[in-house]
Ligand binder design. Structure first.
Ligand SMILES: NC(=O)c1ccc[n+]([C@@H]2O[C@H](COP(=O)([O-])OP(=O)(O)OC[C@H]3O[C@@H](n4cnc5c(N)ncnc54)[C@H](OP(=O)(O)O)[C@@H]3O)[C@@H](O)[C@H]2O)c1
Length: 365
């Protein structure tokens, strides 16, 4: 067997990065070098428990740190945290990450991407969400650059969407609350639309698949999701698995930003973006567009679309419905001693999924 290939990862300790690193190193085909601001964090130690993972301590907002991360690596998986940098700086640093990966001799580059919803909506301003478009624009740019650069480095996109784990975690835009100890309740400004939820475990599979199949993956925008999940389907699936009542109520933006979501709506949507910069979006501006895109994506027929036939072919055992997602979470939780899914969403037990929440971040790039 040949020596494991080195993959450089930006965002490795994040919700998305953890299953990606896990599936890469546990396969035995890859080892990982991860850029992190803190190699002593519990999440970095968790990565090392999976297999060979070496740290580069630094920031994606440094050319020297990006170079050190990419040097000698065969592949790179890059998910720049737009909730740190804001849209403007994310665009710059993602471009530099792509260019520096070429400089340092990386052979295959995968961008952790999101849909370019502003363009997909026909450039309607109410669909401009900085944390989506900051990635989606550069995703397109990378595929265009790739036509000229592929003799040196090939590239692919993994275009994801909201993690379904956020629907059973605290402090997320789609957090659940158990009201009166009786009904699991989501209050979402979703109307008759649908959320193209993604399962984090599937992200690990897809990224490994891209590195395993470079000739098919080269130039591919692999747009993934479990399914387009409506409010009714979210509640039905949860009830089916837990046996407890659930409801997903439609709310307007004023109620959502005023009473439902705990984020201050007028602060910057990213903790290092400057509100006095006219390019910076507020939480309310950014997440209004996020929900507007989902409102217009019902039935896989609107702004955000997925080719589920392709996903079934690439990942036959992928999670295919909200009910299957909740059933797997129920089984995983019981196996880990965390309790049933119903127990896990109770106010005293509910956990979080994002590192940004765990870190309670307000600081520097
Ligand atoms: N939430 C969702 O449903 C969702 C879905 C798809 C895509 N996304 C996108 O994913 C990105 C966030 O990643 P995540 O979801 O995995 O969030 P997360 O759990 O909060 O993790 C953030 C990751 O970014 C890293 N990071 C932050 N600032 C950094 C810096 N200056 N230098 C190096 N690494 C840095 C953190 O590493 P250290 O703390 O170890 O340095 C950590 O690995 C955002 O751009 C978001 O738009 C989110």
């Amino acid at each position: 067997m040949s020596a494991p290939r080195l993959i450089a990862v930006v965002g490795a300790t994040g919700a998305q990065g953890i299953p990606v690193v896990r599936d890469l190193v546990q396969s035995g085909s890859y080892r990982v070098r991860a850029l992190t601001r803190d190699a002593s964090s519990a999440r970095f130690r968790e990565l090392q428990s999976f297999g060979p993972v070496e740290p580069v301590v630094g920031t994606f907002a440094s050319e020297a740190d990006l170079r050190a991360t990419f040097r000698g690596a065969w592949g790179a998986f890059v998910n720049i945290d737009g909730f740190n940098s804001g849209e403007k700086a994310e665009i710059f640093w993602t471009i530099r990450a792509y260019e520096l990966a070429i400089e340092e001799g990386v052979k295959f580059f995968v961008l952790g991407n999101l849909d370019y919803i502003y363009k997909k909506s026909g450039y309607r301003p109410e669909f401009h969400a900085g944390h989506y478009d900051g990635k989606g624009r550069i995703g397109e740019w990378i595929l265009q650059q790739n036509r000229d650069n592929q003799a040196r480095m090939q590239a692919a996109l993994l275009t994801t969407g909201p993690y379904m784990e956020m629907a059973i975690s605290a402090h997320t835009p789609m957090a659940v609350s158990v009201e009166d100890g009786v009904a699991a309740t989501w209050r979402l400004p979703l109307g008759h639309g649908a959320v193209p939820f993604v399962a984090l475990d599937d992200c690990g599979y897809y990224v490994k698949w891209l590195f395993d199949h470079p000739s098919r993956a080269n130039g591919l925008d692999l747009e993934v999701a479990i399914a387009h999940v409506s409010r009714a389907e979210l509640a039905r699936a949860f009830e089916q698995v837990t046996g407890h009542p659930a409801r997903a109520l439609d709310v307007g933006f004023d109620e959502y930003f005023g009473e439902v979501w705990s984020q201050e709506p007028e602060r910057a949507a990213a903790y290092n973006a400057d509100l006095s910069d006219p390019a910076t979006m507020t939480v309310r501006e950014n997440f209004s567009a996020f929900w507007t895109a989902f409102q217009h994506s019902g039935g896989n027929q609107g702004v955000i679309k997925r080719d589920y036939g392709l996903l079934d072919e690439i990942h036959p055992n992928r999670i295919k419905s909200a009910e299957e997602f909740f059933r797997r979470e129920e089984e995983k939780g019981v196996k880990k001693g965390l309790g049933t899914l119903w127990e896990r969403v109770q106010p005293e037990k509910i956990g979080h999924i994002l590192k940004i929440t765990e870190d309670n971040r307000t600081g520097r790039l």
